[in-house]
Design a protein around this ligand. Structure first.
Ligand code: ATR
Length: 276
């Protein structure tokens, strides 16, 4: 059988771990894979995606800043993609047309509940940020049955707009002075850590029982998780597991195969470079 052509499309993609992750899944399942990294020049997503499909690409992953373009490309969309208006996985040859899904949120929930064995159901959640990364996971977080989600963003109008679009009474936008004390689970989806910063937050949002998840990852403890650990004796985790789980869900969409992720997460952890 010819190798299955897959790719990750975005800009930049040089840093992407997706080829390594999907080659591990391919090894586990006996699929022969040709997985490429494709840089998408500004405004060229539809052209680049169309070219890849026309040379036999069975599907692809989409990373920043192209998830909205991929949403537009999809002719059929999962509920998660529709609700987040973002697509991170395309299945090119699906019955009925190009299918788009967003596995980021389900990947996050799998990492939280299965790998880390943290609870989401009936828990009090605080989610930080209201950009693309957060919009991509909120619907799936709500499906996991939290008691409620408070959404805080530095620019509150964005958090209000995100909440309005979701239309679920369990999620509300909050200002700094109406955050609660000691959330069960705090998820950082801001990009503040990429410039070595932490959102300005009251320390009492964390208690000893709190669990803190940073959606980014790096070679050591992330800036946000450092802040959490210095503020409270909480448990922390970063987004490496989410990265692997969202990929596992993409792989399942393409090949209907369930893959193992635990060992891969451990080996990626050992080879993760410092955050730039
Ligand atoms: P992404 O696609 O990674 O979500 P984005 O759409 O640019 O990127 O969103 C970045 C998010 O991080 C926003 O919620 C942003 O807050 P604003 O809407 O107020 O800009 C948040 N963010 C970035 N730097 C931050 C900082 N230093 N403190 C607090 N929030 C920050």
């Amino acid at each position: 059988m010819d190798s299955q052509k897959l790719a990750v499309l975005g800009n930049p993609v040089a840093h992407s771990r997706s080829p390594q992750i999907h080659q591990d899944f391919a090894r586990q399942t006996g699929v022969e894979l040709d997985y490429r990294k494709i840089v998408v020049p500004d405004g060229k997503f539809h052209e680049v995606a169309g070219d890849f499909i026309s040379v036999g690409g069975v599907g692809f992953n989409i990373t920043l800043p192209c998830k909205g373009d991929a949403y537009d490309l999809a002719e059929l969309r999962s509920k998660s993609a529709t609700r987040s208006r973002a697509v991170n996985t395309i299945v090119a040859g699906a019955a009925g047309g190009i299918f788009g899904d967003n596995t980021d949120g389900a990947g996050l929930v799998r990492d939280l509940t299965q790998n880390l064995e943290w609870k989401v159901a009936n828990q009090r959640l605080l989610v930080l940020g209201a950009g693309g990364a957060v919009r991509g996971v909120l619907w799936d977080l709500l499906q996991a049955g939290p008691q409620y989600i408070h959404l805080y963003n530095r620019t509150s109008s964005k958090a209000i707009a995100v909440v309005e679009q979701l239309g679920d009474s369990r999620i509300t936008a909050r200002e700094l002075d109406d955050l609660e004390q000691g959330y069960d689970l705090v998820i950082n989806g801001t990009s503040a850590g990429l410039s070595g910063k932490v959102p300005d937050l009251p320390e009492n949002i964390l208690g000893k029982h709190s669990h803190c998840y940073d959606m980014v990852y790096g070679s050591g403890t992330t800036t946000f998780n450092e802040w959490c650990l210095s503020t409270s004796k909480c448990e922390v985790a970063d987004g490496l597991g989410m990265l692997v789980e969202q990929a596992a869900l993409s792989f399942k969409l393409w090949f209907a195969e369930e893959v193992q992720t635990r060992e891969l997460i451990v080996s990626l952890r050992e080879t993760t470079r410092p955050m730039s």
